[in-house]
Design a protein around this ligand. Sequence first.
Ligand code: PMP
Length: 427
Amino acid sequence: YLNNAALMARRRAALPAGLGQAHEIFIERAENAEVWDVEGRRYIDFAGGIAVLNTGHRHPGVSAAVRAQLERYTHTCFQVLAYEPYVELCERLNALAPGAFAKKSFLMTTGAEAVENAIKVARAYTKRSAVIAFGGGFHGRTMMGLALTGKVQPYKAGFGPFPAEVFHARFPNALLGVSIDDAMASIEAIFQHDVEPARVAAIILEPVQGEGGFHVAPLDFVRRLHALCKRHGILLIADEVQTGAGRTGTWLACEHWDGIAPDLITMAKSLAGGFPLSAIIGRAEVMDAPAPGGLGGTYAGNPLACAAALAVIEAFDREQLLERSRALGERLGAGLRAIAAKHAVIGDVRGIGAMVAIELFRDGDPHQPDGALAKAIVTAAAQAGLILLSCGPSGNVIRVLVPLTASDALIDEGLAILARVFDAALA
Ligand code: PMP
């Protein structure tokens, strides 16, 4: 008979230590926003497989679409023999992305690959090499993904050298006193110290830093970045791997940007409701820059994943999941603010739509992050039946990425567990 401890022992013996694990739990089955472990224990899933399950575990529409696709064909390699679901999905993604210009899309498998390919396209179009990313940002575990990622421990340490010509600016953070002026000045400093703007292909940012701690890019910052990009012929890339597919109350988080449209957008995670798929969406003339054969991949745009993604988009329409995302965000925000009102250690509650988080720091001082407490809360919550994830540079941010399809009753049950865990930890 399987139990978590025995499986963890086998895992430790057979798998490398570098593969992290948030919870020492092995799963037996899952449905919508609930999972059951191999010992029969039930959990409410506020992690959603790290932002992959906006439509929940095993959404019936997604499962049916994949089952039907399974009976027809599962792989041809799109560059060898094409299939309609890939094209239809790209048509849908083009139509769903903001910006009054022609768009094209192509598909890959992981978020990191989407980021890699966005950089390839930007370099091919601009014929420039440099890229500016932000401190605290996360863009994947491939070599260029790591080069762009703005956090050394644990992602980059020991894995270099990384591709050259990547520079990091500061991401605004009002709590820590990094103003929009400071962030813009840090880009000017890159132009002064590292690379001339005429050699910069792209600036890449997450509309809300995910792994970095759920920091929302202020609208005024985006406006100024966009103006700077226009002035110097630099492309603006929105990495929507974590924010995309409805998490923030709009299909893409960049729809909150008051009409500013990125030149390129990356998506993955919730795009295919639990199946591996990523997308790069962008201005048609930019996307057409790489020569034939320069883009693609053996598994990229797998038919099962395309079928799943089309079913995800249909679920958003049918179940009005964007409205649900906004309502859920309000419910979660209110619940988290109520817990914060009782516990001064919760120094901030923030987010947009259903992408919300709480940040823990001591004595009301954002410079004293309490990662140890966040870890204790996440562990105690799991023991009490609620799966959570932490994030942020000090691991002191607890984020919520619960399926948008979760019922209000389940959300309230999860919030009640969190409230009890805080009460017990700080009693
Ligand atoms: N970009 C962002 C913003 C992400 O949050 C992630 C994953 N957390 C990635 C890229 C990398 O995606 P993947 O793990 O699918 O390669």
